[in-house]
Design a protein around this ligand. Structure first.
Ligand SMILES: Cc1ncc(COP(=O)(O)O)c(C=O)c1O
Length: 394
C-alpha cells in the first residue's frame, strides 16, 4: 500500500521503452471489413437511396431482433435518439426526468431539448450508474414523468429496481443505452428494458457507424410511429406536418455499415470481455489492486445480474492525473469519462445545482481512468498498459 501511495512518477529508464498502445485504432477493424463495407456503400450509391431507404430498414429490423423488441427506428445521432425516445413518449414541456450527473453531456442536454427538466440523482459508487435508492428518494418528493438511467461504460443500470420504481410512481422508463449495445440485465438485452431506449453509433461506440447515427428501440407501436414521424419533420403524409418534429433521419450509408457491423458485434463484445478479464488478472498479479484508491487501483465492478460488454474498461486510480500524464508520455492511450459531472457544467448552472450536491459522482470524476479496450486490441498491448501502470506506481 505504501508503495503505491509513495509512487515515484517516471522510472521507465530502468526498464527500457514500452510500445505505444493507442486508445482506439479504427483502422484495424476497417482492414477486416473494407471490401464488405465498400460494396455495401456502393450498393447505396447505385440505388441512390441516401436517406433512410432499404439499407436503414434492414438494419432497423436486425437491430430490433438483437434488442428483442418489436420496433427500432434509425436516426441521426444518439443525442437525437434520446430526444426522440422522450418526445415519442410524449414527454416534454413541464415534465421532469430523473437522470445521472455522471454521463456524457447529451444525456442531460437532450432532456432539455425535449422541453423537460432534468432532475439529477447521485450514482452508485461501484457501478457509476444512477442509483435506484437516490432516484427513489427524489421520486417520493417530486412529480416525475420519466426516469432515464444511463448504462454507463457498457454495464446496465439496475433496471428491475427502476421498473418497480416506475410502476410505483406511474412514470416512464427510458434507457440511455448509447454505450451498451449487446449488454444485458437479468437475461434481457439493453434496449428492451424500459418503455423506450436510445443508442448512439458515434464512431467510438462498440457498435459504430462511419459518421453520426443513432437508434430508438421500443416495444410500443405508438411510440415507434411517433418517433418515425418526429424524425422526419413531424410528417406522416408527405408535406403535411402534424407536429414540428426535426430532421433527425439516419442516412443510407450508415445503415449499410451498421448492418455489417451488427453481425460482428457479439464476437466483438466477447473479445472486450476477455480483454477485461485479462486486465483483471494482470493487475492482480502485479499486486496493484485494492478495494479503495487510498490503497491501490480499484478494478471495474461487474454486477453478476447483468452482462457487462465493456464499452469502456474504467479503473479508479490513485493520483489519476499524474498517471494519465505518465501514460501519455509513453504513448499509452487513456481517457477520462468524465472529468466534470454534469451538475457542475457551466451551461447547466441554471439547473441550480452546486458543488457537493452529488459527492459520489464528484469523487468518481476525479478518480476514473478508461484504458484501451476494443476487439482488435492485442493481449501483448494489454500487458504493456498494465506494465506502464506498474512502472508508474513502482
Ligand atoms: C451516454 C451517452 N449518451 C448520449 C450520447 C450521445 O450520442 P451521440 O454522440 O451519437 O449524439 C453518448 C455518446 O456520445 C453517450 O455516451
Amino acid at each position: 500500500m505504501q508503495k503505491i501511495l509513495n509512487a515515484d512518477p517516471d522510472v521507465s529508464g530502468q526498464y527500457g521503452a514500452l510500445q505505444a498502445v493507442p486508445m482506439l485504432d479504427f483502422s484495424r477493424e476497417y482492414a477486416q471489413i473494407r471490401e464488405q463495407v465498400l460494396s455495401a456503400i456502393t450498393e447505396v450509391c447505385d440505388t441512390q437511396k441516401f436517406i433512410l431507404g432499404p439499407a436503414v430498414e434492414r438494419f432497423e429490423k436486425a437491430a430490433a431482433q438483437a434488442c428483442d423488441v418489436m420496433y427500432a427506428k434509425g436516426c441521426a445521432s444518439g443525442t437525437d435518439a434520446i430526444w426522440l425516445a422522450l418526445a415519442g413518449l410524449n414527454i416534454g414541456d413541464g415534465d421532469k426526468v430523473i437522470t445521472t450527473p455522471f454521463s456524457f453531456f447529451a444525456s442531460v442536454s437532450a432532456i432539455i431539448r425535449s422541453g423537460a427538466t432534468p432532475v439529477l440523482a447521485d450514482i452508485d459508487e461501484r457501478t457509476f450508474n444512477l442509483s435506484p435508492g437516490t432516484a427513489s428518494v427524489i421520486a417520493e418528493k417530486e412529480k416525475i414523468a420519466a426516469i432515464m438511467p444511463v448504462h454507463l461504460y457498457g454495464q446496465c443500470a439496475e433496471m428491475d429496481r427502476f421498473r418497480v420504481l416506475g410502476e410505483q410512481h406511474g412514470v416512464k422508463l427510458v434507457e440511455d443505452a448509447a454505450q451498451a449495445f449487446g449488454a444485458m440485465w437479468q437475461g434481457q438485452p439493453a434496449g428492451s428494458l424500459g418503455d423506450a431506449a436510445a443508442f448512439s453509433f458515434y464512431p467510438t461506440k462498440n457498435l459504430s457507424a462511419f459518421g453520426e447515427a443513432g437508434l430508438v428501440t421500443t416495444t410500443h407501436e405508438a411510440v415507434a410511429e411517433r418517433v418515425a414521424m418526429l424524425r422526419s419533420h413531424g410528417m406522416r403524409k408527405r408535406y403535411y406536418h402534424d407536429e414540428i418534429g426535426w430532421n433527425a433521419r439516419m442516412d443510407g450509408f450508415q445503415g449499410a455499415v451498421l448492418e455489417i457491423k451488427l453481425h460482428r458485434l457479439a464476437a466483438g463484445n466477447e473479445r472486450r470481455r476477455a480483454i477485461a478479464a485479462l486486465y483483471g488478472t494482470l493487475f492482480a498479479d502485479a499486486g496493484l489492486t485494492a478495494a479503495c484508491t487510498s490503497a491501490g487501483i480499484v478494478l471495474p465492478y461487474v454486477d453478476q445480474r447483468g452482462t457487462h460488454i465493456f464499452h469502456q474498461y474504467v479503473i479508479r486510480a490513485p493520483r489519476r492525473d499524474a498517471l494519465r500524464d505518465f501514460l501519455n508520455n509513453h504513448k499509452i492511450g487513456s481517457e477520462v469519462y468524465y472529468p466534470l459531472p454534469l451538475h457542475l457544467q457551466e451551461s447547466l448552472k441554471f439547473l441550480g445545482y452546486k458543488l457537493g450536491d452529488f459527492p459520489v459522482a464528484e469523487c468518481a470524476a476525479k478518480e476514473v481512468l478508461a484504458l484501451p479496450i476494443y476487439p482488435e486490441l492485442r493481449d501483448d498491448e494489454v500487458e504493456t498498459v498494465v506494465e506502464g501502470i506498474r512502472r508508474f506506481y513502482a
